[in-house]
Design a protein around this ligand. Structure first.
Ligand SMILES: [Zn+2]
Length: 263
């Protein structure tokens, strides 16, 4: 499996992806908003885009579909419940469905509601696993829920699915938000040294060659995985004085999600 991360350089800071089979050159485009950049990257590599995967129905993820279908004839895949919101869907995905790309690549669909209620993430079945996490999991952050989502569902997705993935899984999110998110981590957990080190290291990162984190790293620097951290809870209590000594992780997650909205 070859992964090409494509930085759109747009105001929403979207990342698009091409996932290719090295034997056949067939490629799947993930959320190809910048269809021209995706096509150009495929051309440069000698790849054929045969499938488009939309992680969810938001326009900044689906807006390139029409043009890319016109120039490649690629089939559109997305969550089965997105069929009324994503025009031209050829295949609706349920949890556990496998998407093949060429001869060598297998991607498993995870049903990951929260950011929207018809969101999928893709998990590669490869030696070095990779997660294409759309707007569910960002580097050092979590998706918002104010455009068709539900924070309690997002918590369930994190606690029942994402935390259980292999620690070594590479994270490929739908947007480049890492710097802002690390600042939020430090706002919530001022003594998180790893978050500070990473923020310093990425101060002048070129998003064309973006840092790729792993779940292991996320567990250290992503507040939404640090629900039992003493300093996260102590800091949270300043905003929510009624918080018990050992609040349940769901409560912590929901309060963090709420604070992140206004931060
Ligand atoms: Zn979105």
């Amino acid at each position: 499996m070859i992964v090409k991360q494509i930085w759109t350089a747009n105001a929403y800071r979207n990342f698009n992806y091409l996932i290719a089979c090295e034997q056949t050159g067939e490629a799947l485009a993930v959320d190809p908003l910048d269809h021209e950049k995706c096509l150009q990257a495929a051309r440069e590599q000698g790849w054929n885009i045969t499938q488009i995967l939309n992680t969810h129905e938001h326009r900044d993820h689906t807006g390139g579909n029409d043009a890319l279908v016109r120039s490649t004839g690629a089939k559109i895949l997305a969550h089965k419940n997105a069929k009324d919101t994503i025009p031209g869907m050829a295949r609706g995905l349920s949890a556990g469905d496998v998407i093949k790309v060429g001869k060598t690549v297998e991607l498993e669909a995870l049903d990951t509601p929260g950011h929207t209620m018809s969101h999928v993430c893709l998990l590669s079945h490869t030696d070095q696993p990779a997660l294409f996490s759309g707007d569910t999991l960002f580097n050092a952050g979590a998706g918002n829920c104010h455009n068709g989502g539900h924070p309690a569902e997002l918590y369930k997705t994190f606690s029942e699915q994402l935390v259980k993935l292999p620690a070594s899984v590479s994270i490929y999110p739908g947007h480049d938000y890492i710097q802002n998110n690390l600042r939020f981590t430090l706002n919530r957990e001022p003594d998180n040294r790893l978050a500070q080190e990473l923020l310093d290291k990425l101060a002048d990162q070129d998003p064309n060659r973006a840092f790729v984190s792993t779940l292991d790293v996320e567990r250290e620097v992503n507040t939404f995985f640090r629900l039992s951290s003493g300093s996260v809870i102590a800091e949270l209590r300043k905003s929510f004085p009624d918080l018990p000594d050992q609040p349940d992780p769901r409560t912590v997650f929901l309060k963090l999600r709420e604070l992140r909205n206004s931060w």
